[in-house]
Design a protein around this ligand. Structure first.
Ligand code: CA
Length: 228
């Protein structure tokens, strides 16, 4: 799954530059050109991070920040504020905006992409790091290889995606429907039973060189990957 970023910026050229560069770096994006639209996007789907222009029509960046922080679903949403001038940036720094980072325009896109990655890494390392480790399981996302206690584990593409998904939220219980949406995608028709089959294969592969069962079955709720 690609990390999902909402870009709230009214200057079309800046918004387009951000969208283009983030997508080129493997992020999924959605754009809003004013504050109302930004709030609508957040209602539809909570992003992994938000790039927020300070001077935004209708609802200002700072007001959006306040609203985002006051709502339970988005209270911890990482926000990088985009500001036009250094003086503005200085002002923002002096305020309790709740933003995680600030970038002053004009910015270099490389720097911005690096800041996005840094903020995501701090908050959700599994989202941006090439290597994910959960207990004795190590996942290399660049080579799509998996080891457990140092031994290579052979996984099919679906089992790999399933493991990657679990590993981004170790300990969290996912229902079959959530796994279908997250791993297969919501527009693909797959029976819930298929999830059981692939979880079964993944579990068997992970235990092929010994070790405990790392995937917990939670009766009538779903599955989760053990944290250690
Ligand atoms: Ca603006």
């Amino acid at each position: 799954m690609k990390p999902f970023i909402v870009i709230a910026e009214d200057e079309a050229s800046v918004s387009e530059l951000l969208r283009y560069n983030l997508e080129a770096h493997g992020y999924e994006t959605a754009t809003a050109t004013d504050g109302d639209e930004a709030m609508l996007l957040l209602d539809e789907r909570t992003p992994d991070l938000m790039l927020l222009d300070w001077m935004l029509p209708k609802v200002s960046g700072i007001e959006i920040c306040r609203r985002v922080r006051s709502r339970q679903e988005t209270a911890n949403l990482p926000i990088i504020m985009l500001t036009a001038k250094t003086e503005e940036a200085d002002r923002i720094r002096g305020l309790e905006t709740g933003a995680d980072d600030y970038v002053t325009k004009p910015f270099s896109t490389n720097e911005l992409v690096a800041r996005v990655k840094a903020v995501l890494r701090r908050i959700r390392p599994a989202l941006v790091d090439d290597m994910i480790e959960v207990g004795d399981i190590a996942i290399d996302r660049t080579t799509h290889s998996v080891t457990r206690q140092g031994a290579n584990i052979h996984l099919g593409p679906t089992e790999f995606r399933l493991l990657e998904y679990f590993a981004q939220h170790p300990g969290r219980v996912f229902s079959r429907e959530q796994l279908l949406d997250g791993v297969w995608g919501s527009d693909v028709y797959v029976e819930a039973r298929t999830v059981d089959v692939h979880v079964g294969r993944l579990r068997k592969a992970l235990m092929s060189h010994g070790g405990d069962n790392p995937i917990r079955t939670v009766r009538s709720a779903g599955y989760s990957l053990r944290e250690s």
